[in-house]
Design a protein around this ligand. Sequence first.
Ligand code: HEC
Length: 153
Amino acid sequence: MKTWKYSIGIALFFIVFSCAKNQSTETAELTKAEIDSITDPAKGIGVVRNVALNTPLELDRVEKGKAIYEGECNSCHTLDDQRLVGPGWKDITKRRKPEWIMNMITNVDVMLDNDDQAQELLESCGTRMAVEVLTLGEARDVLEFMRQNDGEK
Ligand code: HEC
């Protein structure tokens, strides 16, 4: 009776184990080329895939974005083209897609580890951007402030 129970136990163990193993091979990681083909690398890596920009600027967002900049970003970023710790923000909205900028702000560690353009920056700056991760709404506010800084009305 006991051995019978043991063998069922052992059989169950193997079934569970082999299922678990199957599952982990099914969630095989995508290669970088596969990821690039379904996402747009110029938009960066993260949940932000489509940002609608409005003209004229949303001034309430500009104000909030400015406050965030002054509170959390200006120790490392200037508003002109001069590098402090990180790159100056002048013309960033012309160099980068809005989605890339927002993913960089909300998903910075993943971006620095995996995104080609973010990695180039990391190499040239030599310091990792260390910052409180912002919410999507806050990142959108900062983006609006950047647009104003780049001369948009
Ligand atoms: C401690 C310094 C530091 C702080 C604070 C900081 N950053 Fe950065 N940031 C960097 C560095 C350094 C880079 C370049 C990438 C790297 O080396 O990590 C960077 C890169 C960026 C980039 C990409 C720049 C480009 O030219 O493409 C954006 C956008 C950005 N930061 C936004 C922000 C925002 C928004 C804040 C404030 C909420 C902030 N950063 C606060 C250091 C900082």
